[in-house]
Each structure stands twice: as C-alpha cells, then as structure tokens.
Design a binder for this molecule. Structure first.
Ligand code: MLT
Length: 412
C-alpha cells in the first residue's frame, strides 16, 4: 500500500473560495428566483474582456504556430528572452530599479509560485505570515510539512502569525523574535491596506539583520495610485539580497483565465545550507524551473509582452481605472450604510467591519440572503479576519452600482 502525504490531512476545510462557491450554489439551488439576482463580489476574479493589444498578440502568435517557418516547440523553461526583457525593462529598470532580465522567472500564476518557492527553501525555517492572510501561503506550508496540526482557531502549530488589525493599519509590527521567512502582501489581500516606504524599509532592515527572506506578493501593485507608496519591494535599498517578489498579470491585464505571472529573484539572494554555508538561491530557482516545468505557452508569453506596448499600457490603465471606479462606488455605499471601512483606495478590495455581534460567516449569509451579494468572510483569511468581510471591486460597472444600491438599502 502506498503512503499519502499526511500533511494534507491537517488542512482544516476546503480551500476558501471553493467553499464559498459551494455555499452560493446551494443557496441558488434552493432559491431559484433570488439566484437570478446574485452579484458576485467574493473571489477577486476579473470580469472585463482581455485588452485589444493582448487579443491581437494572441492571434498573431497562434498564426506563427500554424506555419512551419515560424513554428516554435519547447521554449526556455524560465520564459522567452523577449518577455523577461520587457518585464525587467518596464516594471523595474524604467523605474530606476536594478533588475536583470535573467532575474525574472515566468510562470502560470502567483498562486502556483507561492507554492513552488518552497521547493528551494529548507524545511526547518521559522515561517511568519500575516493574519489575516491570503490562504495559499499557509496551506502550501502545511502541505509541505512545515507545520504541526491546527488548533481550535485554525492556527497551525509552528507558523508565526503576525496580527494585522485596524490599530496597526493592517501592516504587522516587526517581530521581536527571529524568523527566517516572512510573507508580505502589499497592496494587501484581503484588507486592501498598503505599506509605506518606511514600513517596508523596516522589514528589509529586519531581514538583513536576521538573514531572513521576505516573500513579497505584489500581485496588486498596479492599483497603487499614491506615488509615495512603493509598488515593488525592490524599491527599497537592500531588498536584492533579502527578498523575492511575486507579480501577476491576472489583476492588471485580466489574465486570470489566460494565466501568466512571474517571480523576481536577484542573484544576491543567499540562504544557508544545513552545514551553514551561504549559497545563492538563484541557481536553485533556475534549476527548479528547468526540471519541473516547460514554462508558459508561447502565445501567452506574447500576450503578456503586449501589455508593455503603448496600446497595452493604455488599455491596462483603463482596466485599473474601471475596477477602481467600482471600488469607489462600493466603498461609498458601505460608508453610507454606516459601517467601518478600510482599503479600496490603492487596492481593489474593501475590508468592512461587521456590525456589532455579527460574525464573518453570519454576515456572509446575511449579505447573500438579504441582498443577494456574495462577499468573502474575513475569518476565512485567519482569526484576525473575524468580524470583517471583504468586498471585491472586480465586477461590471452595472453590477457594482446595483450592489452599492442594495448595500445602502439593507437593514443595518
Ligand atoms: C482572492 O479573491 O483573494 C484572489 O482572487 C485569490 C487569487 O488571486 O488567487
């Protein structure tokens, strides 16, 4: 009899978003009339069609693959030079950030990258995560055997939880103890908070002093409109030797269905072997991709490249303006309803305190039953998310306006 990976059995319930989908489907089956009115502001999935520049690039790439003269088979596992160059040039060097083309590693999504990165890190690290948090950071560590079981509140033994509350602006305090790996996500999912330059500088200093690695998820960087707020951890001096950045085309180019993202790992990033020797991670990450992947499909890489063309950039800006317009509408509705609200200014998520005495899942049910709006219960992101719910601004304008109208009309 083969053995299974016992660590999977420690995971509490289903993954948050399938669990929400299950509850919504069950509501819709038993309430067919209300089902027609349901507006989904739960998972942060884009709704608007792909930008025109992307569609044109996809068609062109498919035509190339249809012709013997321009056909391509396996590409470089880490991504074609053209896209690695476009990313490093536009997202980094054009903003004065020193990143080389071969420090970009293309993938099919940041969610996957968050799990894959554990391949090149040891099993004995003290891992810190914020609470609330994007559940993937936690669950991938559980699956990899980096934790003990969960307690009654869902906190896993061995993980270090960094509370993010309204009082600290949802940016965790620097830990007093030594940790080895820290997950940070700014603009933040789920709270919509942003971290200031001074706060990120403090984290980089901490990482330098403790030989820690920051895993910085910048999937929502395109939503930052405040010029004072860093969009990349590599804007902070010293980050090249202590941080990995996760970036995605899902939320800027609308690639949630197309799939393309990347990690940035500088060559100065070192970690220790079990015997204490300092070694760079870049060759390991390079090797990981060569062995375990054949990369992202050629048409998708061309599609991603098109986002950096002048038309592509303008079309991305329109998409961001659209979703942030929704965020403003939804945020105002929540304010008008008299609720305490955070985020939704430099991020597409609005984080709302539930009314006194109502927990996150009860609020989820109330929103679904009374207003036929799907939200995400804050407790699904960790125990410090209890007493909050998240509204996603990824929607059509008509749905955002209708959801706002219903929120104002609810019996708060
Ligand atoms: C979310 O709703 O939190 C995101 O869509 C999750 C993701 O990007 O995987």
């Amino acid at each position: 009899m083969a053995f299974l990976n016992d660590h999977y059995l420690k995971l509490k319930a289903g993954y948050l978003f399938p669990e929400i989908a299950r509850r919504v489907n069950s509501f819709m089956e038993t309430n067919p009339e209300a089902a027609k009115r349901v507006i989904r502001c739960g998972i942060g999935d884009v709704t608007e069609p792909l930008p025109g520049a992307v569609i044109a690039a996809l068609h062109k790439a498919v035509d190339e693959l249809a012709d013997r003269a321009t056909f391509r088979g396996y590409g470089p596992e880490q991504g074609y030079d053209f896209i690695r160059h476009a990313i490093a040039e536009n997202d980094y060097r054009a903003r004065g950030i020193d990143i080389a083309d071969d420090e970009i590693f293309l993938s099919d999504g940041s969610k996957c990258d968050c799990g894959h990165i554990l391949d090149v890190l040891g099993d004995d690290n003290f891992v810190a995560i914020t609470d609330p948090v994007y559940p993937v950071y936690v669950d991938t560590n559980v699956m990899a055997g980096h934790t003990g079981p969960a307690d009654e509140f869902g906190a896993f033994e061995g993980l270090i939880y960094l509370p993010c509350r309204a009082e600290n602006g949802f940016v965790p305090e620097i830990p007093k103890r030594k940790v080895d790996v820290v997950y940070l996500c700014y603009p933040n999912n789920p709270t919509g908070a942003v971290a200031t330059r001074a706060q990120l500088e403090a984290w980089v200093r901490y990482a330098e002093q403790n030989e820690a690695i920051l895993l910085f998820d910048a999937a929502y960087e395109a939503y930052v409109s405040d010029p004072e707020i860093p969009r990349s951890i590599f804007e902070i001096p010293g980050a090249r030797s202590c941080a990995v950045e996760f970036r995605s085309f899902s939320k800027n180019g609308g690639f949630t269905g197309l799939r393309c993202a990347f990690t940035v790992m500088a060559k100065e990033l070192n970690a220790r072997t079990k015997s204490g020797e300092l070694r760079p991670l870049h060759p390991l990450w390079q090797r990981r991709w060569s062995t375990k992947s054949n990369g992202v499909s050629y048409p998708v890489q061309r599609a991603a490249e098109a986002l950096y063309s002048p038309e592509g950039k303008a079309q991305v800006a329109e998409l961001i303006a659209h979703y942030m317009g929704n965020a403003a509408i939804l945020r105002q509705a929540v304010v008008d309803a008299g609720l305490e609200v955070y985020g939704g200014v430099n991020a597409p998520y609005i984080w709302v305190r539930t009314p006194e005495g109502i927990n996150s899942w009860d609020m989820f049910d109330m929103m679904l039953e009374e207003a036929n709006i799907v939200v995400t219960p804050g407790s699904g992101f960790g125990s410090n998310g209890e007493g909050y719910f998240r509204i996603s601004a990824f929607n059509s304008r008509a749905n955002a306006e209708e959801a706002a109208r219903r929120i104002r009309e609810m019996s708060w």
